[in-house]
Each structure stands twice: as structure tokens, then as C-alpha cells.
Design a protein around this ligand. Structure first.
Ligand SMILES: [Zn+2]
Length: 944
């Protein structure tokens, strides 16, 4: 082969060709029309390159270090390549893959598979996120699809019926090499359920021919376009292969590297099929399959004019742009636990196979139907299993283009209210739909205060406007939004607004929603209680059978337990409520070897004809609570335990955001072993995590309703007075804050230290979760508890002593805005007649926070210097300033303070004593004060 040795510059290389295996690299090299000399590499780049030209394009071929495979290696190789060759426009990932034969795609060995970008993904789906990453299925967003020049080359290849001749010409060079097998052997596909007969052997000589799939022989190879599944393990099992493919909506092949590139590198993936991703391995086809993939890639390059490639952005620029986008998205507040696959929701269950079959089918048909209404509305009583259905649909649709999800949870902190609803949806849309990312980021960048605008404004700018770019015709991609438990959102007026927002989507876009409240718009209505009783009973029977068998296997392994007859009685008791069945199973399971006794106690509870499902649920909650009190205790002891239980349960269900057992005990000033002890027998009701720092959660919100509603809990024994619970929590919060808060509570020592500089560890150490909770929610608890405020009461005393400490803490937590809203609600609770001094104090405090909010959030220790100029008597007029103070700043050494006022003066103060040092008059309107250091390191003041 002729090899010209030419000198080129780094910047002349525009194409990156990536291979994982040595055979792929060897073939790629044979595709070069001329080979170039090596170039120096920028550290830490230690890749091995082959440089050369294909057609008009100077191409960098890079292989993996020997023995390395997988997506993280691909990411490393690609990013190093871009540090040395900064002008690379896009990449080609070229090599072999395992085909997925199906009725839809007749895939044979030696066929070529090409990634085809489609709605929601770039033609590549990573299918094993869940296994490899502890934080679940998070997608961090990927780059836009490959550049247009590349896509149009692919399109013209697609139309070309005469590829074979061209490919053979490209393959003429490698076929002369000794390692390139001329005859790869027969193409044999075994049935999916027949595994390789002699594990450990390299060929299928022992595999039975009767299990070979009968296929029409085919003489020519085919190029397939579609989705490629990428994962970190080799797929070696036909059943798993087919299941994963089905989950992903049908894929063409499996491979192991592309997932590492899709976040950082616009690229086209080309795979030659060398096996069927099953247990039968056959390496003979590898060189030929790699050769065909390389021939395809070469043909793509030959079709692309170099000039067109050079005009596009480089991969590095695109990557930087993407990083920039991610930074913008990271700057707006979102509810971390909102998406169905948030880490905290990891243990939430999905529907068992063979349950909810008809309902799920109906939902999927609605999703896929061309003329379906925009909204699918699933309603039903609490406990009918709506959330489980929502999770199942979300998980199933996630990989096939779920755009966003929001799962409300009462008492769940950020997911308990609608404040971050729109921003959370928008950020997910940006990350899941590449075309929306730049538009949404642009909207955020244009409105830096977007998060503080009304929900309606946010929706218009962050969701409606970006979606409207897609038009409304048939080719418009569909967006699927899943919203669960809207009824658990705290503020009813917000719920009404959200419903109106959904209504606005009608007709304008193909947006799909699933929610749980009836809107007054056209929708597909599905009422769970309308399902035939026999169908629901079947599903509950399957569930009970599955769970009880598991319990029996784990603790006593009794066959025939429980009998068919008993399961039937349980099914009847459940009255159609999945939550009843789930609670019963958890309760029985907690009994361990005594599980059968617990089962009996549930059956004793019985089922009276005419009992409503709600009554059945109340009964099982009562049974669980009663059983948690040991029978051997005396009447008095039982009474005492009951009251302890009531007070703890009352606190837990009225929390605004879940806490761990440890934090809860610190907040309530009890020992954590005491809380653990009380909750010990309540696993049926609470999700009690093993790790002491993880939050305690309710399995189902219906328990809260049961506990707080006297009518439901039936007797006064367990009924919790909600107001009282809030009052006591508010008092606990204030006590804890008084004990924990102080000036400079992180021990920083520098007044100008920015909040963003603080590591999370330090924050969590100095401001533990329960103290953060107290800071955020003490006023809300006081309000819900209906507290009557007075001058010099606990609230007034706390504020006088700790107001600044509290604001500093909120500053570190980046929650000053929340604090401001809390102050506004506090103000609404105060009557000026009853407590004039407290009223005045709160009024001043509100204005103070209003003016200094951003300073405190930027550098929380500024709270104290801002307060220096805050004189309650004159309401934000610094003594000496005749108008309110707009801005303050500390000198870098912390000794001086500058204040700028509306009176058009800037004053300099001694920060220690508060004494005025200097006044600069006649300034124009002043919005900010900044200290600059001149060369001599003496503070010189400048402002604008
Ligand atoms: Zn075999």
C-alpha cells in the first residue's frame, strides 16, 4: 500500500474516527487514502493515533488501549482527542456489534447498523444506567444530533441501492491482509430460548441444529438505520437481549462504547454485526463485520464536501456550549425529588407482571394514538394504586421519550408544593429533548429572576414558548409529561393554576399528561373504581400470592401457605384497595416466623358486608397500631406508650419535609433509640431506612388522613390533633434554633466569604438537617398551629435575640427568599392592636430582608454589616443617611464598611464600632458598592 508521509497541522484534522478493538483499528487504517506523520500531543493526552486522509477529510483514527472497553473509556479517549485536535467537528464510532434479530428487522451477520437520531435521543440509548449508577436513571442531557452535513450524507447513502460494489472496493485493501478472514463461516441463529450447549467452548459444534432458526438464505448485506443500545456489559443472553430491546421500543444492536460519547461528542455510530448478542459466540465474523462498518463510514466521508464540514462548530465548542447550558440549568431551583426516578424514590414499587394489564394497555394505546386527546386522566380513591401505575408507565416510557415527570408528595419538602413545579418540568425537558435545550436555557438566561415569577409566567416562558417552536402538524414529536398526586400539593389555588396551564396546552401541542384531578378540558377519562371488580380482584390476588409466597420462603417455607381460601378472604377484605393489600403484606412480613399469627389477626378484623374500602383501610391501620403495643403491658403502661406513639406519629405526619430518625429525635429532644423503638413495629406504615441519616417516609398518604381525621381513626386512642402537633413542632423548632444558631455559625471568620464557597460537608456539619428544617419551617408550623402571638412571647423573644443568626443560616442554605415569604406570613398572623411592638419589629424585619436579600444570599456574614446600617427606629435609614440604604459592602480586610444611600451619598464606616469615617456626596443614583484594591494594597473605594 502506498503511504505518503505528509506534514499537517493539528487544526487541519476535522474528523475523529474512534475504534475500541485492535481489529477495528487495523481495518480503519486500511481505509486511509494517505497516511500522515504523527503530531505532538497535549498532555494528558496519551491516546495512540493514526493520522491520515479519507477523501477530502483529514482524519484522526484513535483506538483504545489494549484490554480496555466500555463507555467510560470511550469518554476518556474522546475527550483527550479533543484536547489535542481542537478542530474536530464530529466523530465516527466504527466497529462491531451484536445484532438483535426480530420480526421487524431481519438482521444477519455482516449487516451494518447505523444510529439514527430520533425524538428524544441521538440514536443511542444507554440501557443499564440503573445498574451501573447508584443514583438511578438520571440523564444529564446529550448533545444535538450529528451535524447536518453528516446527516445528509447518511440520507443519500440510504437512498443508494448500489452500495455493495463501493464497499467491496473499500474492502479490497484489508482483504489482502492475512488477518482478514476471507470466509467467516456459516451464519447461524439459534432460537432465543436455546443457550450455548458447552459454556467455555469457542464454537457451536456441540450446539444442536434442531434449535437453529429457519431463515430464508440471503446473499447481500443490508444497512439498517435505527436505535442502538449501549451498555457496560457484553450482552450474552438472548432472552435478556429481547426483553431489553422490547423495553426500549425495539433496537437493532447492542454495543458497549457509544453511551460514553453521547454526552460529549456529536457522533455517528456504525456497527457491523458479528454475532447475535446471545450465549453463542463466534469470533470468525469480527474482521469482516468490522470491515463492512469501516467501508460504510468511509463512504459517508467520501460523500461529504470538506467545506461544509469546516463551517460547523467544532466538537469542543459544542461541548463547551453544552457545559454552559448545564450551568444555566443548574442555576434555577428545582425539586430534586420530583422525577419518578429520583434517588429517594428508588424503592417505590411498580406494577407486578400480569396485573393492571388492560389499564396499562389502554394508556399505551392512548400515548401512541394519533388522535388521542392531550390528557389522560386517571382518577380513583386513595389506595387504588394510581401512583404505582404512574411509576410503571413512567419507567416504561422513560427510554422511549418521557419528557418530564413530577410526583407530588405531601410533606415532601420541595415536592409538597407547586413552587418548583414549572422549573423542574422545564429543566427535565431541556435535558431530555436536545432540541429544546438551547431554547429553554436562553429563556432562563434572559430572565434571571424567572424562579420568582408567577407559575403562569414561568410556564409561558419556560414551557409554552419553547414547545411552540415545534409547530402543530403531524410530524411534530410527541411530548409525554407525567404528573402524579396533584391532590397532595399543599396549596389548592396552585393546583387550580396548574390545571389551567395544562388546559392551555390543548390543541397547540402534542403534549401528553397524566394527572389525578378532573380538569375542565377535553381529556381521556379513566376512573379506576370503574374497572370491573373481577379484574381488580385478580390483580390483588396476584399481588397477595406473590408477596405471601415470598414471606413464606423467607421465614418458614411452608408449602400451601396460605391456602387459596385464605387468599380469597384477603382479596375480599382489600375491597379493591392495593394499599390495603400492601399494608397487610408488610404487616404480616414484619411478624417473621409469627407471620401466620399476624395473618390471622387481620382475618379476625373481618369483612362486614357493606363496609366501605375506606373503613377496611382504617381497620387495618388500627390493627397495625394496636399490635405495636405489647400485650403483656399493664393498662397504665399501655396508656403511656399510646400517648408517646401519638405525639411522635403526630409530629411525623405533620412535618413539611421528611426527616431522618436521628434528626427527628434531635428536633423533638428525645433519644433516637426511643423513636426507633416506638416505630419498630410500624414498618407496615413507614418506610424506615436502615441508614440513620436517611429520611423516614410514609408508605402512603392515606395514613396521614387516617391519623388526623377523628371520624376515620374511630376512637380517640390514636387520633392526632393537627393544630396541637403544629404548635408543638413550632416550639421545638424555636428551641432548637435558640440552642444552635449563633453569629458566624460555620466558623468562617471572613465577612465577605461567598456562600458558594462553602463545601456541603461543612454546611451539614454546622447546620444539621434538623436545624435547617427548623429555620425553614418554624413560622409555617406556628401558622398552621393557629398560634396567638403577643409582645414578648416566645416568637418575639426568639426574633429579638436570633433574627440575624436565623438570616445568616438561611443565607448559607441559599433560602433567604423562603425566609422572606415566611416573614410575610408571620406578618399576616400579627394584629397591631394586640402586639404593637412585635408588629413593628416584624414590619422592619421584612423591609430589612427585602433590601438585603441578595447581599445575604451572596455572602451570609454580610447580614451583620447590613444590620449595622439598619436602625429599626428610622426603618432602614442609616443614621446620617437621610434616605434608605441601597447597598453595603465590607472592605476586603473586614475593617471598613461602605454604604450607599438613596440620598446620593456614600458613607464609609468603621465596621467594629459603627462610627462614620467619611461621606462622599453628590454621587448619581447608586446601586452597588464595591471595594477595589489598588497596587499598594490600601483600600481604595469605587462605586457606580
Ligand atoms: Zn452455541
Amino acid at each position: 500500500m502506498d503511504r505518503q508521509q505528509l506534514d499537517k497541522k493539528h487544526s487541519e484534522y476535522t474528523i475523529g474516527w474512534i475504534c475500541a478493538l485492535p481489529i477495528e483499528l487495523a481495518v480503519a487504517r486500511e481505509m486511509l487514502d494517505e497516511e500522515h506523520q504523527d503530531l505532538p500531543q497535549s498532555p494528558p493526552d496519551d491516546n495512540l493515533y493514526r493520522l491520515g486522509r479519507i477523501g477530502e477529510h483529514n482524519t484522526v483514527i484513535v483506538g483504545f488501549p489494549a484490554g480496555f472497553t466500555g463507555s467510560s473509556q470511550a469518554a476518556r479517549v474522546a475527550s483527550q482527542m479533543q484536547t489535542t485536535f481542537k478542530s474536530i467537528r464530529f466523530g465516527l464510532m466504527v466497529g462491531i456489534g451484536g445484532g438483535v434479530p426480530s420480526r421487524r428487522y431481519d438482521i444477519r451477520l455482516g449487516d451494518v447498523v447505523v444510529s439514527q437520531p430520533s425524538n428524544g435521543h441521538g440514536g443511542i440509548i444507554q440501557y443499564d444506567f440503573g445498574k451501573t449508577r447508584p443514583d438511578g436513571f438520571e440523564r444529564t442531557g446529550f448533545l444535538n444530533s450529528p451535524p447536518t452535513a453528516l446527516l445528509s450524507a447518511v440520507a443519500s447513502l440510504k437512498a443508494n441501492r448500489d452500495l455493495e460494489k463501493k464497499f467491496l472496493r473499500h474492502l479490497s485493501k484489508p482483504t489482502r491482509q492475512p488477518w482478514f478472514a476471507q470466509n467467516a463461516g456459516p451464519d447461524v441463529l439459534y432460537c432465543a430460548n436455546y443457550n450455548h450447549d458447552r459454556p467455555g467452548t469457542d464454537d457451536c459444534r456441540e450446539c444442536k441444529t434442531e434449535h437453529v432458526e429457519q431463515r430464508q438464505p440471503r446473499e447481500h448485506f443490508i444497512v439498517h438505520y435505527g436505535t442502538i443500545a449501549s451498555g457496560n456489559q457484553v450482552m450474552r443472553d438472548a432472552t435478556t437481549r429481547d426483553n431489553v430491546s422490547k423495553d426500549l421500543g425495539g433496537v437493532l444492536c447492542f454495543e458497549m462504547e457509544a453511551a460514553g460519547l453521547m454526552n460529549h461528542f456529536p457522533c455517528l455510530v456504525v456497527r457491523g454485526i458479528c454475532d447475535y448478542a446471545d450465549s453463542h459466540k463466534n469470533k470468525n465474523w469480527q474482521p469482516f463485520a468490522a470491515g463492512l462498518a469501516a467501508a460504510y463510514a468511509k463512504e459517508v466521508l467520501l460523500l461529504m464536501p470538506a467545506a461544509e464540514v469546516e463551517t460547523g462548530s467544532s466538537a469542543v465548542e459544542l461541548m463547551n456550549q453544552n457545559l454552559e447550558f448545564n450551568k444555566v440549568l443548574g442555576n434555577i431551583p428545582t425539586a430534586v425529588e420530583a422525577p419518578f426516578n429520583a434517588r429517594k424514590r428508588e424503592h417505590d414499587t411498580a406494577c407486578l407482571p400480569d396485573t393492571r394489564v388492560a389499564l396499562l394497555k389502554q394508556i399505551y394505546e392512548w400515548r401512541d394514538g394519533m388522535d388521542s386527546p392531550n390528557i389522560f386522566w386517571l382518577s380513583g380513591l386513595a389506595g387504588y394504586g394510581k401512583s404505582t401505575v404512574a411509576r410503571t408507565v413512567a419507567a416504561r416510557c422513560f427510554k422511549k421519550g418521557l419528557s418530564a415527570s413530577f410526583f407530588f408528595t405531601k410533606g415532601g419538602g420541595d415536592v409538597g408544593h407547586a413552587g418548583m413545579f414549572v422549573t423542574s418540568i422545564a429543566v427535565q425537558l431541556a435535558n431530555n429533548v436536545p432540541d429544546l435545550k438551547p431554547v429553554i436555557c436562553d429563556a432562563i438566561a434572559k430572565h434571571s429572576n424567572i424562579a420568582s415569577l408567577s407559575l403562569r409566567e414561568q410556564w409561558g416562558r419556560l414551557v409554552l414558548a419553547p414547545l411552540s417552536l415545534f409547530g402543530t402538524d403531524q410530524s411534530t414529536p410527541k411530548f409525554l409529561l407525567i404528573v402524579d398526586a396533584l391532590d397532595e400539593c399543599t396549596d389548592e389555588s396552585d393546583v387550580r393554576i396548574i390545571l389551567q396551564l395544562f388546559a392551555e396546552l390543548r390543541g397547540s401541542h402534542q403534549t401528553r399528561l397524566r394527572i389525578q384531578h378532573i380538569p375542565e378540558v377535553e381529556h381521556y377519562d379513566f376512573e379506576l373504581h370503574g374497572i370491573q371488580q373481577s379484574v381488580v380482584e385478580h390483580d390483588i390476588r396476584v399481588f397477595l400470592g406473590h408477596e405471601l409466597r415470598r414471606i413464606s420462603c423467607k421465614y418458614f417455607d411452608r408449602t400451601n401457605w396460605p391456602s387459596e381460601q385464605i387468599i380469597n378472604r384477603l382479596v375480599q377484605n382489600a375491597s379493591g384497595l392495593f394499599i390495603w393489600a400492601a399494608t397487610a403484606c408488610r404487616f404480616i412480613s414484619e411478624g417473621k416466623q409469627f407471620a401466620p399469627d399476624r395473618l390471622d389477626s387481620i382475618l379476625d378484623q373481618g369483612h362486614t358486608e357493606g363496609n366501605t374500602p375506606e373503613k377496611q383501610l382504617n381497620d387495618i391501620y388500627s390493627t397495625v397500631l394496636e399490635q405495636s403495643i405489647p400485650a403483656g403491658f399493664s393498662g397504665k403502661e399501655k396508656e403511656k406508650l399510646r400517648s408517646m406513639l401519638k405525639s411522635q406519629l403526630g409530629s411525623i405526619v405533620t412535618l413539611f419535609s421528611p426527616l431522618s430518625i436521628q434528626s427527628l429525635s434531635n428536633l423533638m429532644e428525645t433519644r433516637d433509640d426511643k423513636v426507633s423503638q416506638t416505630l419498630h413495629d410500624l414498618h407496615a406504615i413507614f418506610d424506615i431506612p436502615k441508614e440513620p441519616n436517611s429520611a423516614l417516609r410514609l408508605h402512603h398518604p392515606s395514613f396521614r388522613d387516617f391519623l388526623l381525621d377523628k371520624k376515620r381513626s374511630g376512637n380517640a386512642k390514636f387520633c392526632v390533633d393537627e393544630k396541637q402537633a403544629h404548635q408543638s413542632l413550632s416550639a421545638h423548632c424555636m428551641r432548637l434554633m435558640s440552642k444552635s444558631l449563633k453569629q458566624d455559625l460555620l466558623g468562617i471568620g471572613r465577612p465577605g466569604a461567598p456562600a458558594t464557597e462553602i463545601e456541603n460537608d461543612r454546611l451539614e456539619r454546622c447546620l444539621p438537617a434538623e436545624v435547617q428544617y427548623a429555620c425553614l419551617y418554624w413560622i409555617q408550623h406556628a401558622q398552621k398551629g393557629g398560634s396567638q402571638l403577643r409582645d414578648d412571647d416566645q416568637v418575639h423573644r426568639f426574633l429579638k435575640e436570633h433574627l440575624l443568626h436565623w438570616l445568616e443560616a438561611l443565607g448559607w442554605m441559599q433560602k433567604v427568599s423562603e425566609g422572606f415569604h415566611a416573614i410575610v406570613s408571620l406578618e399576616s398572623m400579627i394584629s397591631a392592636q394586640r402586639c404593637p411592638r412585635l408588629s413593628e419589629f416584624v414590619h422592619d424585619m421584612k423591609r430589612f430582608v427585602l433590601y438585603h436579600r441578595s447581599a445575604i444570599e451572596l455572602a451570609p456574614l454580610q447580614t451583620y454589616c447590613s444590620a449595622l446600617v439598619f436602625s429599626p427606629a428610622a426603618s432602614l435609614t442609616l443614621e446620617g443617611h437621610s434616605n434608605p440604604v441601597w447597598a453595603v459592602a465590607f472592605s476586603p480586610d473586614g475593617k471598613q464598611l461602605a454604604s450607599a444611600s438613596r440620598d446620593r451619598t456614600v458613607k464609609l464606616w468603621d465596621a467594629g464600632s459603627g462610627k462614620a469615617l467619611q461621606t462622599l456626596e453628590g454621587q448619581s443614583d447608586i446601586n452597588a458598592v464595591v471595594f477595589w484594591l489598588d497596587d499598594k494594597q490600601s483600600p481604595e473605594r469605587k462605586w457606580q
